[in-house]
Design a protein around this ligand. Structure first.
Ligand SMILES: C[S@@+](CC[C@H](N)C(=O)[O-])C[C@H]1O[C@@H](n2cnc3c(N)ncnc32)[C@H](O)[C@@H]1O
Length: 240
């Protein structure tokens, strides 16, 4: 499963960056997460691990707010794009760092991409210092004006390897936790653009080859129109 996720992101660089240029969604999520993490920190962050850094969208945000940010990802092609921090190619389930060496660890839209988020959460708890802060953001999906999940009326679900509840439970096992929900007004067109990223189209059609997967996602979402609300859950824990 993990090697499939890695390959999907290796094949997603240009579509991911095109989506981000258009929507700024991951920049917004990283900014909001950084603010929630800072609010629970005992001082400014000296060092932050950006776990699942992708092309560096979240890395830029954390690098602006700390003296030393490290970008870690297991997709070599995504990581190649990162310019604002030192890069480490690794799986966040087995972090190549000594205990207690970061003030903060951030999983911006990444921790729900593993089948068992408790493994990486334990690793984050190990590499963060005592009173350090760990944060994650995970997707709650899209609803229409009536509050109905837009995928209820379609033949597929847009599903992650792990659910938001799995991420939250993993955090509660390791940290003192605070959570909340962010809501973004967006459009049906933006939902289509999101699923034009091969790694995101895999949420709908995990078994299909890339081109077919993206084409099927486009057909499935073709009839959506109007404005929709996208919701993301944030989860922040303080290490004891
Ligand atoms: C949706 S992208 C988010 C990237 C970035 N944080 C941002 O805000 O734009 C998720 C990233 O997590 C990475 N990822 C997923 N599972 C991982 C794992 N087990 N170890 C390291 N990186 C992982 C993927 O390769 C991908 O680049």
């Amino acid at each position: 499963m993990k090697s499939i996720v890695r390959t999907n992101f290796d094949d997603s660089v240009s579509a991911y960056d095109a989506y981000e240029r258009r929507t700024g969604r991951f920049t917004a999520l990283a900014r909001l997460l950084a603010a929630e993490m800072s609010a629970r920190a005992d001082g400014p962050f000296e060092s932050v691990l950006d776990a699942g850094a992708g092309t560096g969208v979240s890395t830029r945000i954390f690098a602006d707010r700390s003296r030393r940010t490290v970008a870690l990802d297991f997709s070599r092609e995504m990581l190649r794009e990162v310019e604002s921090a030192p890069r480490v190619e690794a799986d966040f389930d087995t972090l190549p760092f000594v205990d207690g060496c970061f003030d903060g660890v951030a999983f911006t839209a990444s921790l729900f991409l593993v089948p068992d988020p408790s493994v990486a959460t334990r690793e984050a708890a190990r590499v963060v210092r005592s009173d350090g802060v760990v944060g994650a953001v995970a997707p709650l999906g899209w609803t229409d004006a009536d509050g109905t999940d837009i995928f209820d009326g379609l033949a597929r679900e847009s599903r992650s390897p792990a659910g938001v509840d799995d991420v939250e439970t993993a955090f509660e096992d390791e940290f003192a936790v605070t959570t909340g929900t962010w809501r973004f007004a967006t459009t049906a067109e933006s939902v289509r653009r999101f699923h034009a990223i091969p790694a995101m189209a895999a949420r709908l059609y995990p078994k299909l080859a890339i081109e077919e997967r993206v084409a099927r996602a486009r057909d499935l979402l073709d009839s959506l129109d109007g404005t929709v609300e996208q919701r993301w859950r944030w989860i922040v824990g303080v290490a004891e």
